[in-house]
Design a protein around this ligand. Structure first.
Ligand SMILES: CC(C)(COP(=O)([O-])OP(=O)([O-])OC[C@H]1O[C@@H](n2cnc3c(N)ncnc32)[C@H](O)[C@@H]1OP(=O)([O-])[O-])[C@@H](O)C(=O)NCCC(=O)NCCSC(=O)C[C@@](C)(O)CC(=O)[O-]
Length: 366
């Protein structure tokens, strides 16, 4: 628990950050079209190759509300089939109600997530019930998941602003986070759903959630989930890390948004989080080159560049290095061809007379 002192923008960084990759779910749920199941599975497989150990694969929600996730069973069938599942990786899914939970368990999800909000206006549009009603829905989901031995993650959306109601009181965030923890969620992810927050706000929210005069949620049970609409996501994540948060949600390529939060841009890009963490000496366990391969795969499938600045810079750098190496290779091959095409040189005889002969021979050749 935090001390009662008002937080400042300073502190010790954690030595390791666990990344929760939400691209296949939060990212692809917001694409205008439905991405093919095979592409989703290839992405999940590539993400597993990169060292990420938690991948939110899909959601078990109404396909009428979010058709993009309508292939949830097929996605899990592929994960649990041949060659996709990686040992030690948790493959999770969103489950808004009992029906979702039952389907997720049947499909073979390792973990599920319930998703609430700190604002009634958003909750109503997202899951068709108020915040209080959502807690009543989630309670049996958490109980049934516990019985089935499935861990539950809890989301709180709109922690720094609501697209419909505007400002959100950090106290409301703390209240929801505490309720989710008390009903059995092992981790609470604080979502800046529309990416409007700033680092000071982030610290105020974490203070309200975690401090002993706030709601006393252990810092070790808190994750942050930042969208990057106004370009403050990395700063907000750093501010949270400085307060001791060590779990960060992100989406490869900066994919995503929320269908019920118009104008919200994608999640912070996993590549950007990994770049920032590694640069500060904070471990993530993620291999950047393998992550870039996943980023390229989904960018290619969607026909656009990744939104990640780190991915764009690193891909451009790798491309430039490859082009320089290829140019050097070509130049070498050209020099070899020219040497092979030139007439054979006579060995240079020794002595003055011989040197004169050689000069004549050279002149004759020119
Ligand atoms: C939650 C409901 C289902 C309630 O929707 P409802 O209308 O209140 O529920 P209902 O029980 O009356 O059922 C309505 C219809 O949905 C069906 N249904 C009911 N439950 C399920 C289910 N589990 N799976 C499949 N179908 C389901 C049900 O069978 C029925 O079908 P119909 O009779 O009309 O044919 C609906 O509002 C919904 O699906 N909403 C989608 C919410 C969503 O996925 N939002 C995006 C994810 S949240 C997010 O992105 C934020 C986050 C997590 O990333 C963090 C952040 O950024 O802040």
């Amino acid at each position: 628990m935090l001390s009662s002192a008002e937080p400042r923008l300073a502190g010790n960084l954690p030595s390791h950050v666990r990344i929760v990759e939400v691209g296949p779910r939060d990212g692809l749920q917001n694409e205008p079209g439905v991405v093919e199941t095979a592409t989703k599975v290839a992405l999940i497989s590539a993400l597993g190759d990169s060292g990420l150990d938690y991948i939110e694969a899909t959601s078990f929600v109404s396909p009428k509300w979010v058709p993009q996730m309508g292939d949830n069973k097929e996605v899990f069938a592929a994960i649990n089939g041949d060659g996709v599942r990686r040992p030690g990786v948790v493959y999770s899914a969103l489950t808004p109600n009992m029906r979702g939970l039952e389907a997720a368990i049947e499909a073979g999800a390792d973990e599920v997530a319930v998703f609430g909000a700190a604002s009634d206006a958003f909750s109503l549009r997202n899951i068709n019930c108020t915040v209080i009603e959502s807690m009543e829905r989630f309670q049996p989901v958490c109980e049934a998941a516990a019985k089935a031995g499935i861990p539950v993650r809890g989301y709180v959306s709109t922690v720094m602003g609501c697209p419909y109601a505007g400002e959100v009181d950090p106290e409301a965030v703390g209240w929801v986070a505490r309720r989710l923890l008390d009903m059995g969620c092992r981790e609470i992810s604080l979502g800046d759903t529309i990416g409007v927050g700033n680092p000071m706000q982030m610290q105020r929210v974490i203070h309200a959630v975690c401090s002993d005069e706030g709601h006393g949620v252990p810092l070790s049970a808190v994750a942050v989930h930042c969208h990057d609409t106004y370009g403050t996501a990395l700063a907000n994540i750093l501010a949270a890390m400085q307060m001791g948060v060590s779990v960060v949600d992100s989406a490869v390529g900066g994919l995503g948004g929320c269908p019920y939060a118009k104008g919200a841009s994608g999640n912070v890009a996993t590549e950007d989080v990994v770049y920032m963490c590694h640069g500060m000496g904070v471990e993530t366990g993620v291999d950047m080159d393998a992550l870039l391969a996943a980023s390229r795969l989904i960018s290619h499938a969607l026909g656009r560049e990744p939104a990640s600045k780190a991915a764009k810079a690193l891909i451009a750098k790798h491309d430039a290095e490859r082009a320089a190496a290829e140019a050097e290779q070509d130049a070498k091959a050209r020099r070899q061809q020219e040497r092979a095409a030139a007439p054979a040189q006579q060995p240079l005889p020794s002595g003055t007379a011989s040197r004169a002969c050689h000069a004549q021979a050279v002149a004759a050749r020119q």
